[in-house]
Design a protein around this ligand. Structure first.
Ligand code: SF4
Ligand code: SF4
Length: 183
């Protein structure tokens, strides 16, 4: 049965988990004041929940400046569509996908292999697939190599999917529909 967490509750829980991660691996504190101008956002087409999209849509409707910048990115296929060279245009309401992106590890439910983005000290990322590790379902933080990561299977099952608005579409799909309907 769906517990029906609100978006605020889901984000609060995710932020709590991230704080725990930062305690275990202080190198992640960098993400609070990213020295690399959001390098991990480049080329990302983020997934956006229905409730997250409602917030983003309201922002686009209320700010012509932000809407124009996002539209320009969208037309030129510059991802993430919500990014400029220096900032995130929707930082205060950025989706959960953005919150967990730098830290995520996910386990394929069919072959149990894990996939994660291995991070260099300068935040260059490499997607790595490895054989699975032994993992208790409730274990959330996992050390792989030098860093700890968030185990997303647990996150999705326990929180993100436990709400009515968990249906996601990519930024591309959301914006295509939004800009098409605006014409
Ligand atoms: S992981 Fe992303 S947000 Fe964090 S420091 Fe690196 S580039 Fe910045
Ligand atoms: S929405 Fe903002 S935080 Fe998320 S990927 Fe785009 S630029 Fe980065």
């Amino acid at each position: 049965m769906v517990k029906n967490y609100s978006l605020a509750e889901i984000k609060e829980e995710l932020n709590r988990e991230i704080e725990e991660l930062e305690e275990k691996d202080p190198s992640y504190l960098n993400c609070r004041h990213c020295p690399y101008k959001g390098k991990c956002c480049i080329d990302n087409d983020i997934d956006i929940r229905e409730d997250e999209w409602n917030e983003i849509k309201s922002l686009l409707d209320s700010s012509l400046e932000i809407k124009q910048k996002v539209r320009e990115n969208f037309i030129n296929d510059r991802k993430c569509y919500f990014r400029t060279d220096t900032c995130c245009l929707i930082n205060d309401i950025r989706p959960t996908n953005c919150l967990y992106t730098p830290y995520q590890v996910i386990q394929n439910i069919y072959d149990f292999k894990i996939t994660y983005s291995k991070r260099s000290p300068e935040c260059d990322f490499e997607t790595v697939e490895e054989d699975s590790f032994e993992l208790d379902d409730k274990e959330y933080l996992k050390k792989i190599g030098e860093h700890y990561y968030l185990f997303l299977n647990h996150w999705f099952l326990s929180f993100e999917n436990q709400s009515e608005n968990c249906y996601k579409e990519t930024g591309f799909e959301r914006l295509r529909e939004y800009f098409e309907s605006a014409c």
